[in-house]
Design a protein around this ligand. Structure first.
Ligand SMILES: C[S@@+](CC[C@H](N)C(=O)[O-])C[C@H]1O[C@@H](n2cnc3c(N)ncnc32)[C@H](O)[C@@H]1O
Length: 253
């Protein structure tokens, strides 16, 4: 592992093959669902987004503005897509991929280059790290799944050093009106069909649709980042407004 740019070290956490922290009932249901879809998660992602998620992930990495030697947390890393992209984009990073669904990380650990990451079982609502020990925190599709978004953002703020960056990739319910019929058709017919064909677990993608419809608009999520204490908050929408990348910075004292 490359060296850290901070002196603070993370507190010990369960390894990816260890027992994840005990979550509440909602979190257990989320864990179970991702445990079921883990084997086909990457394929479904590519199919549902027409391969566009690769582009949004690159944008996340660019917004994180990582430099060699920095310490990065990819929270809800799943199969490690964002974390591995970060390693490809910037040499000499010290990257932790953390998630509370061990099955997702087991799939990720079989991927080429997976040993460049430290994989940890961790709950986003109670991160097993000391304060101010990461230069950047990134995440793909975490916040939609947590029962306490301000709590998850507070934990990310805590583990970031002053001046550290946060970047969030999420689905978004906000779509410009003229495009809504196309998006609705994809959500109502395209995704259920794909999930029957490819995922073997259509219920999981029913959850995806419901959680997307009920998720925050980009401006609401931006306000939550600001309320968590981040500054220079901004966002950009993708794919007809169905996806958004938000970013912010922890103020320096
Ligand atoms: C849709 S997947 C995203 C995986 C990956 N970040 C990506 O961009 O493809 C959501 C992930 O969030 C994880 N997750 C949900 N709630 C979590 C929590 N409270 N703590 C840690 N991980 C969580 C799930 O286990 C799952 O792997």
């Amino acid at each position: 592992m490359s060296h850290s740019s901070t002196n603070a070290q993370p507190a010990p956490a369960a390894p990816a093959d260890g027992v994840p922290p005990a979550p509440d009932a909602h979190a257990r249901a989320v864990q179970e669902m991702f445990g079921h879809v883990a084997g086909r998660y990457d394929l479904m992602n590519r199919l549902m987004t027409f391969g566009q998620d690769v582009r949004w992930r690159r944008f996340v990495i660019r917004q994180a503005a990582l430099r060699p030697g920095e310490r990065l947390l990819d929270l809800a890393t799943g199969t490690g897509d964002l974390a591995l992209d970060a390693c490809d984009a910037t040499a000499g990073l010290d990257v932790v991929g953390a998630d509370f669904t061990v099955e997702m990380m087991r799939v990720g650990r079989r991927r080429a280059g997976a040993d460049r990451l430290t994989w940890l079982a961790a709950d986003a609502l109670a991160l097993p790290f000391g304060d101010a020990c990461f230069d950047a925190v990134i995440q793909g599709y975490l916040l939609r799944n947590v029962s306490d978004i301000p709590g998850a953002l507070a934990e990310q703020y805590r583990v970031l050093r002053p001046g550290g960056r946060v970047v969030v990739l999420e689905t978004s319910p906000a779509t410009p009106a003229p495009l809504q019929p196309f998006v609705r058709a994809h959500l109502r017919y395209g995704i259920p069909l794909l999930s029957r064909l490819a995922s073997g677990n259509p219920q999981a993608y029913g959850y995806l649709l419901a959680s997307t419809a009920n998720f925050r608009t980009p401006s609401e999520l931006g306000a939550l980042l600001t309320a968590a204490g981040f500054e220079q908050v901004g966002w950009r929408s993708f794919m007809l407004g169905t996806q958004a990348v938000h970013w912010g910075r922890k103020p320096r004292p």
